[in-house]
Design a protein around this ligand. Structure first.
Ligand code: HEM
Length: 182
């Protein structure tokens, strides 16, 4: 592993962070919008978009986890409170876990409901009448509020650092050149 300590995350890591954030928000908005639609042919396009964004999110987050240990990164941020710092670490790991669970449960639902040939293969078969006939649909829906709560805590913590502690933490997750040797 590199012995270089940085003030900021590596630009590749920064890119993946904001890409995952954008993809999760997009998957959430499209998912919520389409879940209210009847399961007819008009739903194929939003469903295909949602599934594609969700799978891409899974790929990007796996690449992010895979490269996390290899790239130089700044020392863990601190609030001055060991308890808050611990909560921050737990929320970070939980975020990774629940984004992965969201995408894996969605993929399981797609498999159980045979969606791939219908949505991407032009099979012209009808969509299942009700996705709730499949266990993975329940799981996919249950994870949504947990993920939303984790996102709120994560964004809240970032704002707390930025505006209450005024330590300019957000700059670490943006592009720049500052580097120091340990
Ligand atoms: C991080 C990734 C994902 C997020 C944030 C996400 C989010 C959502 C949300 C918010 C809903 C609506 C839930 C509700 O209203 O109860 C939903 C439904 C759904 N998602 Fe995902 N999803 C993701 C990944 C996936 C993937 C990878 C697939 C399939 C390959 C998928 C397939 C579905 C399906 C089939 C539904 C059901 C729509 C319906 O009930 O009409 N999702 N998703």
């Amino acid at each position: 592993m590199s012995r270089v300590s940085t003030k900021k995350y590596h630009p590749f890591h920064v890119t993946l962070h904001w890409l995952v954030a954008l993809l999760v928000v997009a998957a959430f908005v499209v998912g919520k919008t389409m879940s209210g639609l009847p399961n007819d042919a008009d739903k194929l396009a939003p469903l295909g978009l949602h599934m594609s964004i969700g799978i891409f999110t899974l790929v990007v987050i796996i690449v992010r986890i895979g490269t996390r240990m290899k790239l130089p990164k700044p020392k863990p941020a601190t609030t001055g409170s060991p308890l808050l710092d611990w909560i921050g670490r737990v929320v970070h790991y939980a975020l990774y876990l629940f984004v992965i669970l969201m995408a894996v449960s969605g993929t399981s639902l797609a498999m159980q409901a045979g969606l791939v040939p219908i949505v991407f293969g032009g099979s012209e078969m009808a969509l299942p009448a009700d996705f709730y006939d499949f266990a993975a649909r329940m799981l996919h829906g249950f994870i949504v509020p947990v993920l939303l709560l984790l996102l709120l805590l994560h964004v809240g913590a970032a704002f707390f650092h930025q505006f209450a502690l005024k330590d300019n933490l957000l700059a670490r997750m943006w592009y720049g050149k500052h580097k120091e040797m340990e």
